[in-house]
Design a protein around this ligand. Structure first.
Ligand SMILES: Nc1ncnc2c1ncn2[C@@H]1O[C@H](COP(=O)(O)OP(=O)(O)OP(=O)(O)O)[C@@H](O)[C@H]1O
Length: 238
């Protein structure tokens, strides 16, 4: 039997750069299932926390541990950046890339690519350069490219920033479906409506620290900290 990736633990994690603490100290356990939404004002440390979890940030103190060794843990996660990074190749090559580097046979890669292209409405664009897609199309492609190898954990940094309603709806549907299929999701967003629609669990960050953590309906209905209350009221936190 394959050892599950989760739970993951952040213990006393902090990130300091040029004398400024960007994150922490943070203690956090991510359970085996759930859709965690990271909320917080600009500069609260959401991106830093996501990167620290994925091993992209040098930690100043503490450690992130998974139920499997770090190198295996990394391979079983996918990270979607706020601005999607496209290979200067076709949509087909972008979508198939994660499977191709795993050495999967071409026919199998093509089958998966075509199924995912159909799901995200990009079948007609398969042989066009990915760099020419619209913002919404690029973000859907980035998400499909992350999901094509069914990661156990998906980390997303504001994947819907600057997208129109149609694209947001499509991306949320893909995320809901991945969550229902068992992918553990941690996602930063500025959009409270989106957080209410998607979250099973909320983490509210302010000045690099977690101020609120808990099940989503409770956190929204009865916020425990003055900072999260103010944030939900739309106040400007400084
Ligand atoms: N490499 C770095 N060196 C110095 N400061 C940094 C570095 N990276 C990020 N910061 C600062 O760290 C703080 C936290 O940034 P982070 O991007 O994690 O916040 P965020 O909550 O994701 O913000 P936003 O919602 O604006 O994306 C910010 O004040 C940012 O300017």
């Amino acid at each position: 039997m394959v050892t599950p990736l989760l739970p993951a633990h952040m213990r006393d994690v902090s990130v300091t750069r040029r004398g400024k603490r960007l994150l922490g100290p943070v203690d956090l356990t991510l359970g085996k299932t759930g859709f965690t939404i990271l909320l917080g004002p600009n500069g609260a440390g959401k991106t830093t926390l996501l990167k620290a979890l994925h091993g992209l940030e040098r930690l100043s103190t503490g450690a992130v541990t998974w139920a499997v060794p770090d190198d295996l843990a990394r391979m079983r996660q996918a990270y979607v950046f706020q601005s999607p990074v496209m290979l200067r190749r076709s949509v087909r090559a972008n979508l198939g890339y994660p499977l191709a580097i795993l050495g999967q046979p071409k026919a199998q890669v093509n089958k998966a690519v075509e199924a995912w292209a159909a799901r995200i409405g990009l079948t007609p664009a398969l042989d066009r350069p990915a760099t020419g897609l619209s913002g919404g199309e690029k973000q859907k492609l980035a998400l499909a490219r992350a999901l094509i190898r069914t990661p156990e954990m998906l980390l997303l940094d504001e994947p819907c920033a600057n997208l129109d309603g149609r694209s947001v709806k499509d991306i949320e549907a893909l995320l809901q479906s991945a969550h229902q299929s068992g992918t553990r999701i941690v996602m930063a967003t500025h959009d409270l409506g989106q957080a209410r629609r998607l979250a099973t669990e909320i983490l509210f960050l302010f000045k690099g620290r977690i101020h609120e953590a808990g099940p989503a309906p409770d956190a929204f209905d009865a916020p425990q900290t003055p900072e999260f209350k103010s944030f939900l009221n739309g106040d400007i936190l400084i």
